[in-house]
Design a protein around this ligand. Structure first.
Ligand code: 0GY
Length: 296
């Protein structure tokens, strides 16, 4: 018996909602395959392989056209597995790559290495502040590297709502656009007028280049759904008010969700509940991620 974890659905349902042509799954990961891309010795979870072939089969099944592959914490700062998946995605008929990526780097990374990541399809780096996923998150070093990213890159930040205020000066100092994973993990049970949403809206109002992923009802709602009604009630007004600043992703293979694995088809069917018009859906799934990840 393997101790390795399976956190994804073996046979997700086919969603009722059909994403628009060119839709981007802008938050997903790959795990391994471990024989080629060993996990970090510091990894906080040890997953089964969930490699590019599985990711692209899911992309096609759910009706997405492209992926943004976010380096998962179990691979530490060695981005080889993510770069391999980006390369394996290939390009469309016009030569436009079908995948881009977000790297996790040692803040001491050289300019040459950053340029190499750019050539491999990376367009951002992720700062992870979840203590259960990483040992340390040095803000001063993160800021240093944020100041010398290749042109057109942004930073993705993953944090929980209880440290939002503490992170405000750090985020204010970041000189490139920001993308917030899963809206900074608010308590959606508080409702759209609650303190977590007020704090998150204040953050969005503080500068125009902060984007967010209105994603992961399965992580944010207790007990886990569907129908994830609290999530929909909490998130729909945010997407309506900031339609040019949101991007959506599956979160496949759902790291650490082995106790309550979501059905990916059900997650896709949340999209029209938080973005009810065709225009909102196009911005969320096509225009906004294409601007952030495929500008060059
Ligand atoms: C997510 C969330 C999680 C994990 C990771 O890199 C990771 O390991 O991102 C989590 O456990 O909340 O967005 O994928």
């Amino acid at each position: 018996m393997s101790d390795r974890i399976v956190s994804w659905h073996a046979s997700p349902s086919k969603p009722d909602f059909a994403p628009p042509p060119g839709a981007v799954d802008a938050h997903c990961h790959v795990f391994g395959p471990m024989a080629r891309f060993p996990f970090s010795p510091k990894a906080k979870y040890l997953p089964e392989d969930a490699g590019p072939d599985m990711l692209f089969a899911l992309r096609d099944r759910l009706g997405y056209a492209r992926n943004v592959i976010v380096q998962a914490s179990c691979h530490g700062t060695d981005n080889a597995a993510t770069l391999n998946a980006i390369a394996a995605a290939g390009a469309d008929g016009e030569g436009v790559p079908l995948a881009r990526g977000v790297a996790v780097v040692d803040p001491a990374i050289s300019q040459e290495e950053l340029a190499g990541l750019h050539d491999g399809g990376m367009r951002g780096i992720r700062f992870n502040f979840l203590k259960r996923l990483v040992d340390d998150a040095p803000k001063d070093k993160f800021l240093d590297v944020a100041k010398r990213l290749p042109a057109g890159w942004h930073v993705v930040i993953y944090f929980e709502a209880d440290i939002l205020e503490e992170l405000r000066p750090f985020m204010d100092a970041i000189p490139v656009p920001i993308v917030i994973d899963h809206m900074g993990r608010p308590d959606v049970a508080q409702g759209p007028g609650g303190p977590d949403m007020k704090a998150f809206r204040a953050l969005l109002e503080s500068r125009p280049d902060i984007h967010f992923k209105p994603t992961c009802p399965d992580r944010l709602e207790e007990p886990n759904g569907p129908p994830w009604d609290d999530f929909a009630r909490f998130v729909a007004p945010l997407v309506a008010d900031y339609p040019d600043r949101c991007i959506w992703g599956t979160d496949w293979p759902h790291p650490n969700m082995q106790a309550a694995i979501p059905d990916d088809g059900h997650l896709v069917d949340m999209i029209p509940r938080i973005a009810p018009t065709a225009e909102l859906q196009r911005k969320l799934l096509v225009d906004n991620p294409m601007r952030l990840y495929w500008a060059d």
